[in-house]
Design a binder for this molecule. Structure first.
Ligand code: KIV
Length: 265
């Protein structure tokens, strides 16, 4: 089994050029599976709201939801770096609340780092408070789903010159604020590559092209169990599960299950 992954591993990988991998998890069995699969980092994303809780966006996800799921995931992790998302309104109100909530994800949930959306220009004080308490922070810019109502939908960011420039500055700002890594979501590949080359901390892309230092995907989407339109499906888990459930229903109805070997004597 590989050594435990830390935030220092992230920085080493930036230097060595070896790509980083991150996948979301929301429960114990998924965490165990990912930890055993050599993925570098597991993210308890606030995508929890849409992927697992059936909500229309990430906005209604609460701190209690995140702590609950981070706790489940942390029980299944012994090697990968465990990062938990700070949900909507957990860090925007004040740096004090941001620190208290980041602390909950670590102390109650078992996370080793937290991720928050937006630039240091807005959340630099919150980032400093969290870092000063010894909690590493991952940034997240581009399409930041907690701001979906400002963007007017889930749209690619950084399409015009002004927003390209803004995203470049935001990446540098988060690096200067002390983030150990930045997620770049839904930005043009050439811009993501430019940002990646311009900073010394690793970028983790989702819908941001091959030029990032690593890639993150939502577990359910990459296995064909979710609904994301642009995600590559690496295995058709939905079909495999449907087939399994259909076989159970058919065998019970036919009296073929349970057989002798599945019956206590
Ligand atoms: O919430 C989430 O799953 C995320 C990833 C898509 C990066 O933030």
């Amino acid at each position: 089994m590989a050594n435990a992954v830390t935030t220092l591993t992230f920085l080493e990988r930036k230097r060595s050029g070896e790509k980083l991998t991150m996948i979301t998890a929301y429960d114990y069995p998924t965490a165990q599976l990912l930890d055993a699969s050599d993925v570098d980092a597991v993210l308890v994303g606030d995508s929890l709201g849409m992927v697992v809780m059936g909500l229309p966006s990430t906005l209604p996800v609460t701190m209690d939801d995140m702590v609950h799921h981070t706790r489940m995931v942390s029980r299944g992790i012994s090697r990968a770096l465990l990062i938990a998302d700070m949900p909507f309104l957990s860090y925007q109100v004040s740096p004090e609340e941001a620190l208290r909530n980041a602390g909950r994800l670590v102390a109650e949930g078992g996370a080793q780092a937290v991720k928050l959306e937006g630039p240091a220009e807005k959340f630099g004080d919150a980032i400093h408070r969290i870092l000063n308490a010894g909690i590493p922070v991952m940034g997240h810019i581009g399409l930041t789903p907690q701001s979906v109502n400002v963007f007017g939908g889930y749209k690619v960011q950084g399409r015009d010159a002004a927003s390209r420039e803004r995203l470049k500055q935001e990446a540098k700002g988060l690096e200067a604020a002390g983030c150990f890594s930045i997620v770049l979501e839904c930005v043009p590949a050439d811009l993501a590559a430019e940002i990646t080359a311009s900073i010394k901390i690793p970028t983790i892309g989702i819908g941001a092209g091959v030029g990032c230092d690593g890639q993150v995907l939502v577990f359910h989407d990459m296995l064909g169990w979710g609904r994301a339109r642009f995600c590559k499906t690496f295995a058709d888990a939905r079909q495999a599960m449907r087939d399994g459930v259909a076989a159970f229903v058919a065998e019970v109805r036919a009296g073929a299950f349970p057989a002798e070997e599945h019956t206590y004597k």
